[in-house]
Structure formats: C-alpha cells, structure tokens
Design a binder for this molecule. Structure first.
Ligand SMILES: N[C@@H](CCC(=O)N[C@@H](CS)C(=O)NCC(=O)O)C(=O)O
Length: 207
C-alpha cells in the first residue's frame, strides 16, 4: 500500500486522516498506542519524538511527520482535491497559526507538567488557546471556510483543534462561528469517514 498513516483516535492524526479520506485515495491506517510509539525504536526512526501522526508514502520513498506538513504535502500531491486553494496566502497564514499558536496552546493544556508547575501552565495555556479561538471565531464571521471559498486543509486542522478544545472551561465550539464551522466540516464525507474510522463521539447538538 502506497500511503500509510500512523495514528491514534482523536489525536493530531485527525486532520491528515480526514485529508486522505477527502482526497479519496487508498490508504492504510496503522494504529500505534502511545507507549509503543514512545518505546519502539523502529517507530522512532520514522518519528523521532515518538508522537502521531506519521505519514509514509512508499511510492515516493517519503516519511513525513507534523500534521500541518502532511496537509501541505497532500495538497501538493493531490491538487485536484483542492486541499490548498489557488490563492495560498490566507491558507498559509491560518495553517501556521493553527499549528504554531492554537495547537501549541492546546498541547500545553494537555501536558502542562512538561512545561513547569502544572496548574499555572494549564491556566496560561487555556487563556492562550481561548485567545486563539476568539481570533479564529472572528475570522469566520460571515464565511463558511477559514482560508478560501471552499474547504481546505486549514478547515480540517481547525476541526481537529475545536474537538480537542471541547473540555476547556469555555469550549471552542461555544463560539457561534466556530460551532457553525465544526458542523460544516463535519458534513464533509471524508471527515465523517475519519470520525467513524477513529470511533470518535460527537456532542448531542452535532448528531
Ligand atoms: N506538532 C505535532 C504534534 C504531535 C503530537 O504531539 N501528537 C500527540 C498526540 S495529539 C502525541 O502523539 N503525544 C504523545 C506524547 O507526547 O507522548 C503534529 O501536529 O503532528
């Protein structure tokens, strides 16, 4: 099989997984548990941090880590799927903001003990994530998709982070535009497929 995605349910593998499903290309999912990903030398040769996702494209002899990089790569490799819009500026801006600002805040909130004394770090991370989600909610005012007039990889990434943020004291999807975006993205066939293949639950209002 040409394309293999190493994944775990609900993790940063969601957006690349949804992208593969949206493209409609054949892919194989390789589930790797957290402890195994950390301990297995063979996996760490693919992904030195032992995290998910990792994409292997054996036809191209390629091993790729970082969910945003995987979206960018798939956008170039399968241009007909329009994961990357023709006009790229906003796409680059939002995808980098999502991975560099919103995602890092969420990762600090998930793993605060890695950054110092847990509670303080988690509180600061929740504040930073909230600020990032406010910006994203504002950017979606009067529009359906984040970076173009059609869905792009940035929407798949934002969908993933909106779900990650469901347990913040102020969940991201309590913002009206982010909730509408979550529902619009959830209606995409590839996103539905990813949700089912990862066995992810949905809030009552989205079912
Ligand atoms: N920036 C990376 C983050 C990858 C990442 O931190 N993945 C998490 C799951 S969401 C993981 O595997 N964590 C396991 C660990 O850190 O031990 C990406 O987007 O690919």
């Amino acid at each position: 099989m040409g394309l293999v995605l190493y994944w775990r349910p609900g993790t940063a593998s969601m957006a690349p997984h949804a992208a593969l499903a949206e493209i409609g290309v054949d892919y194989r999912l390789e589930l790797i548990e957290r402890d195994e990903a950390q301990a297995d030398e063979k996996y760490r040769a693919l992904n030195p941090l032992g995290v998910v996702p990792t994409l292997v494209d054996s036809e191209q002899g390629l091993v790729l880590t970082e969910s945003a990089a995987i979206l960018l790569y798939l956008g170039d490799r399968y241009p007909e799927a329009q994961l990357a819009p023709a006009d790229r500026a906003d796409y680059y801006r939002w995808l980098v903001f999502l991975t560099n600002t919103a995602q890092t805040a969420m990762l600090r909130w998930f793993y605060p003990e890695r950054y110092g004394s847990g509670d303080e770090v988690a509180a600061a991370a929740a504040r930073d994530a909230g600020e990032a989600f406010d910006i994203l909610d504002g950017a979606l005012a009067g529009r359906t998709w984040l970076a173009a007039d059609h869905r792009t990889g940035a929407d798949l990434f934002l969908f993933m982070l909106t779900r990650w943020a469901r347990r913040l004291e102020a969940p991201a999807w309590d913002r009206a535009n982010l909730r509408a975006h979550f529902l619009a993205t959830l209606a995409l066939p590839g996103v539905r497929r990813m949700q089912e293949e990862q066995g992810l639950d949905l809030p009552d209002w989205a079912v």
